[in-house]
Design a protein around this ligand. Structure first.
Ligand code: SER
Length: 602
């Protein structure tokens, strides 16, 4: 069993059960200001889990590239990854617990699919909670019983284990039922049951029953349309099914590790500390290649997703240096990642020149920084070691960052290697002050929260359609959306254009948008094939992948004239008069050939 086979089987199985395969989406979420990356297969589906109609229907299946950076420091052990693939199937108000669990069971045990023996499986269900009055999930347990699971194989567990979501602060969530494989070890004690983390039971799949929407006040509002969201991690499942000790021992990582061995001239398995560095490089090189290879690829920078990318690249470089590598090496590893994954993710091959170029540039920049920073740290070290508490002040760590661009994570690593700890709180304070001063913090994305469908963000959403069309009218047909980001306070819109806009052009664009708002044009939606959408003149986001059936939003109508038509998931206001007054606050460069507008509505 390798990743390709698992992906294919999963998709085939759910297609045979009436699911439409939908495209995985970009790693960089659209219109979600609260997270930097797509963190789960359900992430791009949030509006549909909350009741929007999905053009492909009520039963969906896909594989989705995901990034989770919460555990970035744990990468290097045998299981943590920053990039992973998630297989998922969804019911949008169609089947619920009974249907989902029966399908999961069939896929896991049928010899035609994964063929896992019934005896090796155990499951967990939600035990209920008095503080929220959410009852135990007996309904799921009952389905498992009917499928032949004895009580000792069904473990009731708390929210910490058997509740999923919201992915951030608000959004769809509910109890889940997880499936585990018994690795054949002796139980760790009398309470050892599925879900125990002693190593006997390994999780393979998660069926989430989206029954609630958690609102901003922390209340659980029952959903009228109950949904199912399931997630199976490709890397983890391949590891378990092939009986490997670690994800890094699977076929998924074999060619990447072989490339690293060659590039740094080290043989994996010789030394535990060095092996850890190899695993960090393998994971980070894979993540960086996918982030750069995304249709909405970002470049390394000091904010948001660009900062995470920079950190991944730089940490990989530092570990390569620990293994004795002096020069650039990442492009070589990235080429192997592209070869391996371009089948399911063709965008990697399409963007290979960009991937290589950005990796080379960032490595070079960092190698210079490292040399300077490490030299400075070494100069400081004798004095630092004199401190009886072995603490390096945050101010000093900040100075290394501020003067030499030496990242705090690396200062911490160097400090640790010499038995010191950095006063992180003090560093963070100095960093925050610096950000406020330089106003660099304005675009920081905070963690948590998910797509916000509130009234105000919906207005902003429709305003971006008006803006895009107005830009085309004023600046020309070459204008294409490169990204957008909406919060309840403002919108940001990135578009291709080679030069700054003049004051006059900005005013013209504003006037056109406000004119369409004043005309109070109707906004309508139609589901059609992507080809029909193109024939109808709908704008689509460059580089984005779409389903064969898409939603097309039209602003205006035959009688009043059609102002704009765009392929979009919605939601939108019903008529433009609801938007309010539109004002462009800022127009600036975003990256080469891309301009950024920041606008508000009042
Ligand atoms: N959203 C759930 C998870 O991430 C199931 O897909 O595990």
């Amino acid at each position: 069993m390798n990743a390709n086979e698992l992906r294919r089987k999963y998709i085939d199985f759910f297609k045979s059960k009436g699911h439409a395969q939908i495209q995985g989406k970009s790693l960089l979420p659209d219109n979600d200001p609260t997270v930097l990356f797509t963190t789960a297969g359900m992430h791009p589906l949030v509006p549909y889990l909350l009741g929007e109609e999905h053009p492909a229907g009520k039963r969906l299946v896909n594989f989705q590239k995901c990034i989770r950076t919460g555990d970035i420091d744990a990468v290097g052990d045998f299981s943590h990854l920053t990039f992973f693939e998630m297989l998922g199937n969804w019911s949008l108000g169609d089947y619920f617990k009974d249907g989902a669990i029966r399908m999961s069971y069939e896929f896991l045990t049928s010899p035609e699919w994964l063929g896992i023996p019934h005896e090796s499986l155990g499951v967990t269900v939600f035990e209920g909670e008095s503080s929220t009055s959410i009852p135990p999930d007996d309904e799921s347990a009952e389905v498992w019983r009917k499928l032949g699971f004895s009580e000792d194989k069904i473990s009731y567990r708390s929210r910490a284990d058997n509740w999923w979501g919201p992915a951030g602060v608000t959004g769809p969530c509910g109890p889940d039922s997880e499936m585990f494989i018994d690795m054949g070890k002796e139980p760790c004690g009398p309470d050892c049951a599925p879900g125990c983390d002693c190593g006997k039971w390994l999780e393979i799949w998660n069926d989430v029953f989206m029954q609630f929407n958690k609102d901003a006040d922390g209340k659980y509002i029952p959903l009228t349309n109950k949904c199912v969201d399931t997630g199976m991690g490709v890397e983890r499942t391949v590891t378990i099914l092939t009986g490997k000790k670690s994800v890094y021992d699977t076929e998924i990582f074999a060619p990447i590790i072989a490339a690293i061995e060659k590039a740094v001239n080290y043989s994996y398995g010789t030394d535990e500390e060095k092996d850890r560095s190899v695993r960090i490089i393998a994971d980070h090189a894979r993540s960086s290649t996918f982030i750069l290879g995304d249709p909405k690829g970002v470049s390394p920078s000091n904010v948001g997703a660009g900062y995470v990318l920079r950190r991944l690249i730089r940490r990989a470089v530092r570990h390569a240096r620990k293994l004795g590598s002096e020069g650039r090496f990442l492009a070589e590893i990235a080429a192997v990642v592209v070869d391996e994954f371009a089948g399911p993710y063709p965008e990697l091959r399409e963007n290979i020149a960009f991937i290589m170029d950005e990796l080379n540039k960032e490595e070079e920049r960092f190698l210079e920084t490292l040399q300077k920073g490490e030299k400075e740290f070494e100069k400081l070290l004798p004095n630092l070691l004199k401190d009886p508490k072995k603490i390096m002040s945050g101010r000093l760590a900040f100075k290394l960052y501020d003067t030499y661009g030496f990242p705090i994570e690396l200062t911490e690593e160097l400090a640790k290697e010499s038995g010191l700890t950095v006063n992180r709180a003090e560093f963070d304070e100095a960093f925050k002050k610096h950000q406020e001063l330089s106003r660099a913090g304005g675009d920081q994305v905070f963690k948590g929260g998910l797509v916000d469908n509130s009234e105000i963000t919906t207005k902003y959403h429709t305003a971006t359609h008006l803006l895009q069309k107005a830009l085309q009218q004023v600046l020309g047909q070459h204008i294409a959306q490169k990204g957008s980001n909406i919060t309840a306070e403002r919108m940001r819109f990135d578009f291709s254009h080679p030069a700054p806009m003049s004051k006059d052009e900005i005013e013209q664009v504003e006037a056109i948008v406000n004119e369409q708002i004043r005309r109070d044009l109707p906004v309508s939606m139609k589901v059609m094939s992507l080809d029909d959408a193109k024939t109808a003149g709908a704008m689509a986001l460059f580089g984005e992948k779409y389903e064969s059936q898409v939603k097309v939003y039209t602003i205006g109508d035959e009688a009043l004239g059609i102002f704009s038509r765009e392929v979009c998931g919605g939601p939108h206001v019903e008529h433009t008069g609801l938007i309010g007054k539109f004002k462009i606050q800022k127009e600036q460069s975003s990256s080469q050939g891309v301009r950024r507008i920041r606008a508000v509505i009042a």
